[in-house]
Ligand binder design. Structure first.
Ligand SMILES: [Zn+2]
Length: 196
Protein backbone atom coordinates (compact mmCIF):
# COMPACT_ATOMS: atom_id res chain seq x y z
CA UNK A 1 0.00 0.00 0.00
CA UNK A 2 1.19 3.54 -0.75
CA UNK A 3 2.08 5.85 2.12
CA UNK A 4 0.00 9.00 2.52
CA UNK A 5 2.95 11.10 1.35
CA UNK A 6 3.22 9.06 -1.81
CA UNK A 7 -0.50 9.38 -2.42
CA UNK A 8 -0.28 13.13 -1.88
CA UNK A 9 2.58 13.26 -4.35
CA UNK A 10 0.50 11.28 -6.88
CA UNK A 11 -2.48 13.61 -6.50
CA UNK A 12 -0.23 16.60 -7.09
CA UNK A 13 0.77 15.07 -10.39
CA UNK A 14 -2.76 14.41 -11.60
CA UNK A 15 -4.38 16.70 -14.17
CA UNK A 16 -7.30 18.91 -13.05
CA UNK A 17 -9.74 16.75 -14.95
CA UNK A 18 -8.42 13.62 -13.29
CA UNK A 19 -8.88 15.17 -9.83
CA UNK A 20 -12.41 16.25 -10.80
CA UNK A 21 -13.15 12.81 -12.11
CA UNK A 22 -12.00 11.14 -8.90
CA UNK A 23 -14.12 13.58 -6.86
CA UNK A 24 -17.21 12.97 -8.98
CA UNK A 25 -16.99 9.23 -9.47
CA UNK A 26 -14.55 7.51 -7.18
CA UNK A 27 -14.63 9.29 -3.84
CA UNK A 28 -16.85 6.64 -2.25
CA UNK A 29 -14.11 4.04 -2.31
CA UNK A 30 -11.42 6.23 -0.74
CA UNK A 31 -10.09 6.08 2.81
CA UNK A 32 -10.74 9.05 5.07
CA UNK A 33 -7.12 10.20 4.94
CA UNK A 34 -7.12 10.07 1.15
CA UNK A 35 -10.37 12.02 1.07
CA UNK A 36 -8.67 14.91 2.88
CA UNK A 37 -5.84 14.80 0.36
CA UNK A 38 -8.41 14.93 -2.44
CA UNK A 39 -10.25 17.86 -0.85
CA UNK A 40 -7.00 19.74 -0.19
CA UNK A 41 -6.08 19.26 -3.83
CA UNK A 42 -9.45 20.65 -4.97
CA UNK A 43 -8.91 23.73 -2.80
CA UNK A 44 -5.26 24.18 -3.76
CA UNK A 45 -6.13 24.22 -7.45
CA UNK A 46 -9.21 26.43 -7.02
CA UNK A 47 -11.42 23.86 -8.70
CA UNK A 48 -15.19 24.13 -8.42
CA UNK A 49 -15.77 24.31 -4.66
CA UNK A 50 -19.06 22.42 -4.90
CA UNK A 51 -16.98 19.34 -5.64
CA UNK A 52 -16.14 19.29 -1.95
CA UNK A 53 -19.75 19.18 -0.80
CA UNK A 54 -20.38 16.58 -3.48
CA UNK A 55 -17.58 14.42 -2.01
CA UNK A 56 -18.91 15.00 1.51
CA UNK A 57 -22.43 13.86 0.62
CA UNK A 58 -21.21 10.87 -1.39
CA UNK A 59 -19.02 9.59 1.41
CA UNK A 60 -21.21 10.20 4.47
CA UNK A 61 -22.45 6.62 4.60
CA UNK A 62 -25.53 5.42 6.46
CA UNK A 63 -24.52 3.28 9.43
CA UNK A 64 -26.12 1.63 12.44
CA UNK A 65 -29.56 2.88 13.38
CA UNK A 66 -29.64 5.43 10.61
CA UNK A 67 -29.19 2.65 8.04
CA UNK A 68 -31.76 0.41 9.74
CA UNK A 69 -34.35 3.20 9.69
CA UNK A 70 -33.68 3.96 6.02
CA UNK A 71 -33.89 0.29 4.98
CA UNK A 72 -37.18 -0.05 6.85
CA UNK A 73 -38.51 3.06 5.15
CA UNK A 74 -37.59 1.62 1.74
CA UNK A 75 -39.29 -1.69 2.54
CA UNK A 76 -42.45 0.05 3.70
CA UNK A 77 -43.15 1.85 0.43
CA UNK A 78 -46.01 0.67 -1.77
CA UNK A 79 -45.03 -1.95 -4.30
CA UNK A 80 -44.17 -0.09 -7.54
CA UNK A 81 -45.86 -2.83 -9.57
CA UNK A 82 -49.12 -3.77 -7.81
CA UNK A 83 -49.31 -0.75 -5.46
CA UNK A 84 -49.90 -3.19 -2.60
CA UNK A 85 -48.78 -2.37 0.93
CA UNK A 86 -46.73 -5.50 1.53
CA UNK A 87 -43.11 -5.24 2.60
CA UNK A 88 -40.69 -4.76 -0.32
CA UNK A 89 -37.66 -6.90 -1.06
CA UNK A 90 -34.76 -6.71 -3.45
CA UNK A 91 -34.85 -9.48 -6.06
CA UNK A 92 -32.29 -10.70 -8.52
CA UNK A 93 -33.37 -12.10 -11.86
CA UNK A 94 -31.19 -13.72 -14.50
CA UNK A 95 -32.26 -14.07 -18.09
CA UNK A 96 -30.46 -15.84 -20.90
CA UNK A 97 -31.53 -15.26 -24.47
CA UNK A 98 -29.75 -17.04 -27.28
CA UNK A 99 -29.79 -16.67 -31.01
CA UNK A 100 -27.95 -18.91 -33.40
CA UNK A 101 -24.75 -16.95 -33.13
CA UNK A 102 -25.09 -14.96 -29.97
CA UNK A 103 -26.15 -15.13 -26.35
CA UNK A 104 -27.21 -12.37 -24.01
CA UNK A 105 -27.03 -12.68 -20.24
CA UNK A 106 -29.05 -10.12 -18.35
CA UNK A 107 -28.70 -9.81 -14.60
CA UNK A 108 -31.30 -7.51 -13.17
CA UNK A 109 -32.11 -6.23 -9.68
CA UNK A 110 -35.57 -5.00 -8.81
CA UNK A 111 -37.33 -3.86 -5.66
CA UNK A 112 -40.84 -5.31 -5.43
CA UNK A 113 -43.26 -6.95 -2.99
CA UNK A 114 -42.79 -10.65 -2.40
CA UNK A 115 -45.42 -11.87 -4.84
CA UNK A 116 -44.50 -9.46 -7.67
CA UNK A 117 -40.82 -10.29 -7.12
CA UNK A 118 -41.48 -14.03 -7.30
CA UNK A 119 -43.48 -13.46 -10.47
CA UNK A 120 -40.63 -11.47 -12.01
CA UNK A 121 -38.22 -14.28 -11.17
CA UNK A 122 -40.54 -16.90 -12.66
CA UNK A 123 -40.89 -14.85 -15.83
CA UNK A 124 -37.10 -14.64 -16.16
CA UNK A 125 -36.80 -18.40 -15.64
CA UNK A 126 -39.49 -19.05 -18.25
CA UNK A 127 -37.86 -16.75 -20.80
CA UNK A 128 -34.53 -18.47 -20.19
CA UNK A 129 -36.19 -21.87 -20.45
CA UNK A 130 -37.60 -21.11 -23.87
CA UNK A 131 -34.99 -18.74 -25.26
CA UNK A 132 -31.76 -19.73 -23.57
CA UNK A 133 -30.76 -22.87 -25.43
CA UNK A 134 -30.29 -21.70 -28.99
CA UNK A 135 -26.55 -21.21 -29.11
CA UNK A 136 -23.56 -23.20 -27.88
CA UNK A 137 -22.89 -20.88 -24.97
CA UNK A 138 -26.59 -20.64 -24.13
CA UNK A 139 -27.01 -24.39 -24.32
CA UNK A 140 -24.28 -24.89 -21.76
CA UNK A 141 -25.25 -22.14 -19.35
CA UNK A 142 -29.04 -22.26 -19.44
CA UNK A 143 -29.44 -25.23 -17.04
CA UNK A 144 -27.10 -23.58 -14.55
CA UNK A 145 -28.87 -20.24 -14.69
CA UNK A 146 -32.25 -21.90 -14.25
CA UNK A 147 -30.94 -23.98 -11.35
CA UNK A 148 -29.28 -20.96 -9.72
CA UNK A 149 -32.39 -18.82 -10.02
CA UNK A 150 -34.57 -21.62 -8.69
CA UNK A 151 -32.29 -22.18 -5.70
CA UNK A 152 -32.28 -18.42 -5.09
CA UNK A 153 -35.96 -18.70 -4.18
CA UNK A 154 -34.75 -20.22 -0.92
CA UNK A 155 -32.64 -17.17 -0.11
CA UNK A 156 -35.03 -14.30 -0.76
CA UNK A 157 -34.26 -12.58 2.56
CA UNK A 158 -30.51 -12.92 2.24
CA UNK A 159 -30.42 -11.70 -1.37
CA UNK A 160 -32.79 -8.86 -0.55
CA UNK A 161 -30.54 -7.78 2.30
CA UNK A 162 -27.58 -7.61 -0.08
CA UNK A 163 -29.48 -5.74 -2.80
CA UNK A 164 -31.11 -3.19 -0.50
CA UNK A 165 -27.85 -2.48 1.31
CA UNK A 166 -25.89 -2.04 -1.89
CA UNK A 167 -28.65 0.24 -3.21
CA UNK A 168 -28.30 2.43 -0.12
CA UNK A 169 -24.51 2.49 -0.57
CA UNK A 170 -24.82 3.44 -4.21
CA UNK A 171 -27.33 6.21 -3.58
CA UNK A 172 -25.82 7.60 -0.38
CA UNK A 173 -25.05 10.90 -2.07
CA UNK A 174 -28.60 11.38 -3.37
CA UNK A 175 -30.08 10.61 0.05
CA UNK A 176 -27.67 13.06 1.69
CA UNK A 177 -28.41 15.80 -0.83
CA UNK A 178 -32.19 15.41 -1.14
CA UNK A 179 -33.10 13.76 2.17
CA UNK A 180 -34.68 10.38 2.89
CA UNK A 181 -38.27 11.44 2.29
CA UNK A 182 -40.82 9.06 0.74
CA UNK A 183 -40.73 10.85 -2.59
CA UNK A 184 -36.94 10.55 -2.85
CA UNK A 185 -37.15 6.85 -1.90
CA UNK A 186 -39.89 6.21 -4.49
CA UNK A 187 -37.85 7.91 -7.18
CA UNK A 188 -34.85 5.78 -6.33
CA UNK A 189 -36.89 2.56 -6.34
CA UNK A 190 -38.34 3.43 -9.74
CA UNK A 191 -34.95 4.37 -11.04
CA UNK A 192 -33.52 1.07 -9.85
CA UNK A 193 -36.36 -0.96 -11.33
CA UNK A 194 -36.06 0.74 -14.71
CA UNK A 195 -32.33 1.15 -14.88
CA UNK A 196 -31.65 -2.01 -16.86
ZN1 LIG B 1 -46.42 -6.06 -5.78
Amino acid sequence: MYSLDEIKENYRGFSDSKVENIAKNESKGLRKEVLSILKDEIKRRNLNISLISWVDTETKSFDGDERRVLLKKIQEQHCPKCSGKNILYGFETNTVKSFLIGTSFIKDEVILCRSCGKQAKLNAILITFFAGWWSGKGFLSTPFIILKDTVNFLFINKISHRILNSSVDRTTGSFRRYGTTDSVIIRLINWKNNSV
